[in-house]
Design a protein around this ligand. Structure first.
Ligand code: HAM
Length: 423
């Protein structure tokens, strides 16, 4: 067999049926709890000014220093394919003045994101997220609500082994004292040059270093929860208490940090142990200072993004049956040219009546067409033979039982709509 000339770029993949339908169902399941909780849908462009991410996500993060797809347009603008959704959503909220209406603004989104990462299982250069952001409230109840909605989405997909990790990074009130203490501790370790540099620029990032020798050395590192101000602690305790009230099992992880610099206070991650090293199926947190950083007014925020691709992998790891395409209810089998012509009109009518219908095309014989009808999963085959047509009837065959009856052509659509509960 000859090799195709073109392939999907490295780190990307196609989602073809039935996996394509499965990912759609995953995204729907993630969005459903949000839509039922008063979140409105927002869509922003796939690319933004590069400076939005540099400033919003953080100049010293891996995302900004190593992973952005950035380019200069023909018109000379520096733009970047979005590596994440929070900075763009906040940009759009400020630009459209949503924050001047009723607060909080509750939004959800779904789309493609791009990071130039080293590809491996669960880590791609093009991936999809469903996300939620709530702007304009510093109530801990919002943080807890978001965590509950994500847990409900995973549950709706049948996942049992998603763990919820939570931590607090404190606000700008608590952070300097912690940063100092952490830096003091880290400077006492024997670190390579690059890591030592990171200690000075962004010491929290060092906690995210996955190398076992570093993790070992960090065992005695100070943890941020010991440095929380009274207000930060009260916020954190309220989030935890509400989660407990809601029956959500969570794990306090005082070493949890995430790869984006905008977080303050609540930080959380959803992990699945069946995925190997790329175990985070979703994550998020509060970002009370991001609006000011982007030139906006004080506008506290909290949100999350769930990775649809990794969630699908998690479902496979748990051995769950992947959601299937909805399929059709009726499969039309026309035999001969005149029947095909008549069938075209019937198919259109059936579909418009709300009966999911497919049809054998291209003059297939009875045997091949009936096989296709079985494969389609339809409940009924509607067979139009030459002789039926001449007599003004068609045959409705119930595929499971083989039971067949002739029905007047004029009544076929109403009959099938009635039998299938459509119309
Ligand atoms: P994030 O942790 O970078 O957060 O991404 C969220 C989720 O997207 C991850 O947990 C993972 O499931 C998925 N993901 C990230 N990178 C990849 C990749 N290269 N391949 C496959 N899946 C990936 C954010 O993006 C924040 N904007 C979340 C947030 C919203 N925080 C506050 N609001």
């Amino acid at each position: 067999m000859s090799q195709p000339t073109f392939r999907a770029p490295k780190g990307t993949f196609d989602l073809v049926p039935p996996r394509g339908d499965a990912i759609l169902a995953v995204r729907d399941a993630m969005a459903a709890p949000l839509r039922a909780a008063g979140y409105g849908y927002i869509e922003t462009p796939s690319f933004e000014q590069t400076a939005l991410f540099a400033r919003g996500v953080g100049e010293s993060t891996d995302i900004v220093t190593k992973e952005m797809y950035s380019f200069t347009t023909r018109g000379g603008d520096d733009v970047t394919l979005r590596p994440e959704g929070t900075a763009p959503v906040l940009r759009a909220v400020l630009e459209n003045g949503l924050h001047r209406g009723a607060l909080p603004v509750k939004l959800w989104y779904s789309g493609s994101y791009y990071r130039y990462e080293r590809p491996q299982k669960g880590r791609y250069r093009h991936f999809s997220q469903v996300g939620a952001e709530v702007l304009g409230s510093d109530d801990a109840a919002v943080d807890a609500e978001l965590i509950v909605l994500a847990v409900d989405a995973y549950k709706a997909l049948g996942l049992n082994d998603v763990r919820v990790l939570i931590n607090s990074l404190g606000s700008h009130e608590s952070r300097p004292a912690y940063r100092d203490a952490l830096q003091r501790f880290l400077r006492g370790l024997d670190l390579d040059d690059e890591t030592a540099k990171r200690v000075e620029i962004n010491p929290l990032r060092v906690l995210d270093d996955k190398r076992p020798e570093i993790q070992k050395a960090l065992e005695d590192a100070p943890v941020v929860v010991d440095f929380l101000s009274e207000a930060d602690r009260a916020h954190h305790d309220k989030v935890r208490a509400l989660l407990t009230d809601a029956g959500i099992e969570y794990e306090d992880d005082p070493r949890l940090v995430r790869g984006l610099d905008y977080y303050t206070r609540t930080l959380f991650e959803f992990v699945h142990d069946g995925l190997g090293s790329q175990s985070a199926v979703g994550g998020g947190g509060r970002y009370d200072g991001l609006s000011e950083l982007l030139g906006g007014p004080r506008l506290p925020g909290v949100g999350w993004a769930l990775g649809a691709d990794r969630t699908l992998l998690a479902m496979e790891a748990e051995g769950l049956a992947l959601p299937e395409p909805p399929g059709v209810t009726v499969y039309v089998v026309p035999l001969g040219e005149a029947a095909e012509r008549r069938a075209f009109g019937l198919v259109t009518q059936l579909r418009r009546t709300g009966v999911a219908t497919d049809v054998a095309l291209g003059g297939r014989g009875l045997k091949g067409a009936m096989k296709a009808a079985d494969r389609s999963g339809a409940r009924y085959a509607l067979i139009l033979g030459e002789r039926d047509l001449a007599g003004g009837v068609a045959q409705i065959k119930e595929l499971a039982t083989g039971e067949q009856s002739a029905v007047n052509l004029d009544e076929v659509v109403a009959q099938l709509a009635g039998r299938t509960g459509a119309g």
